[in-house]
Design a binder for this molecule. Structure first.
Ligand code: PMP
Length: 358
């Protein structure tokens, strides 16, 4: 007992688990960290040069309004600057959305399993997470989510594609769902993996935002743009909600490096798209190999695959680690493996083949 006044409800929130890092190990085998859905490509040389150039300016605070980045995003998406909110990664964006809408006594609804941070952020904000199980295909059960709405629901999170299963909702299914959500409840479409989604009828969050009054979209520069270490994400949200989000944001939360690299990344999006396409081709290669090996898994539209190995998960994670692959296991459920360097993908394929033999 320290005698300090600390909110008691916070004691129940587990710490966010980062995937183990690929630190030097005992063998000669190079280890690949494929546990955090990172982009295996190092930043483009132009981005690296820009970051180096900015090193001499860090005695100054960044532009707290992020005007250049907000302007570039406003142009890219065809929305007003007042609708754009920046954050230190989209994880801060989710935190802002939750704290701007829900507090003690309120509920935030989302599918489960989904992004691990959701329940933590909701509880940290003092609200109650309502977690609706995914359906048998590991997709959002939108009907069950509708049925779980109460008069305390303030926010609904739809992760599309879903982390960690890679599954998606179709534009049509999402539209039917949104038709039935009361208009006072904001629906957040978390599109962290949107660039990797090649489903034919994939919903486009920004387009839905433009048609409806209760939609917010969360995007990140961490995945397709490969800037995870810089921490920059953004929301497109209705103006009153955007204002409330800025009120709960931490001032100067997005560094000058992050802002400048994000602006430049938008300018060279074609170059980055080539990388995204290559990662999608690698995903298809892995998926085909899994099919050949008879390993069933949900269809993924993200930069990772989910292997629903159930009770065999910890053992599989250990075997993969011995093969130099650090994955993200969820004991009793399955494991998530990021599509990464060719060599890492080759090893994942070799592992799938070994499952077939057993
Ligand atoms: N949303 C989802 C679904 C994610 O998987 C992640 C990161 N793993 C984030 C948001 C947060 O990403 P970042 O904070 O790096 O933008």
């Amino acid at each position: 007992m320290t005698g300090l006044s600390i909110r008691e409800d916070l004691a129940a929130i587990p710490e966010y688990r980062q995937g183990k890092s690929a630190s030097a190990d005992l063998s000669d085998l190079e280890t690949y960290k494929i546990s955090s859905n990172e982009n295996p490509y190092t930043p483009l040389p132009s981005v690296q040069t820009l970051i180096a150039e900015l090193a001499g300016t860090v005695n100054r605070y960044p532009d707290s309004s992020g005007a250049a980045l907000v302007g570039a995003l406003s142009e890219q998406h065809g929305v007003a600057t007042e609708n754009i909110v920046l954050g230190s990664g989209s994880i801060e964006i989710m935190s802002q959305l939750i704290r701007a809408t829900a507090g003690p006594g309120d509920e935030v609804l989302f599918a489960w399993r989904s992004f691990e941070a959701y329940p933590m952020l909701v509880r940290a904000g003092g609200a109650e997470p309502v977690m609706v199980p995914l359906d048998a295909d590991l997709c959002h059960d939108l009907d069950a989510m509708l049925a779980a709405i109460t008069d305390r629901t303030r926010l609904i999170l739809v992760c599309n594609p879903n982390n960690p299963t890679g599954t998606t909702v179709s534009a049509e299914a999402l539209e039917r769902f949104l038709e039935q959500v009361p208009e006072n409840i904001t629906v957040v479409i978390d599109e962290a993996y949107q660039h990797f989604n090649r489903q034919e009828d994939a919903p486009v969050g920004v387009e839905i935002f433009k048609r409806r009054s209760n939609i917010a979209v969360a995007h990140t520069f961490s995945k397709a743009y490969g800037l995870a270490g810089l921490r920059v994400g953004y929301a497109i949200a209705p103006a009153p909600l955007a204002r409330a989000m800025r009120a709960v944001a931490i001032p100067f939360g997005v560094t000058a490096f992050a802002q400048a690299a994000a602006v430049l990344s938008l300018e060279v999006e074609d170059e980055l798209q080539v990388r995204v396409d290559a990662l999608i081709a690698e995903r298809e290669r892995v998926v085909e190999a899994l099919a050949l090996a008879g390993v069933s898994h949900p269809e993924t539209q993200a930069n990772f695959v989910w292997l629903p190995l159930g009770e065999a998960t910890p053992e599989a994670a250990t075997l993969l680690e011995q093969a130099g692959l650090i994955v993200r296991p969820f004991p009793g459920e399955g494991l998530r493996a990021t599509i990464a360097e060719t060599e890492a993908n080759d090893r994942l394929i070799a592992f799938a083949k070994s499952l077939q033999r057993n």
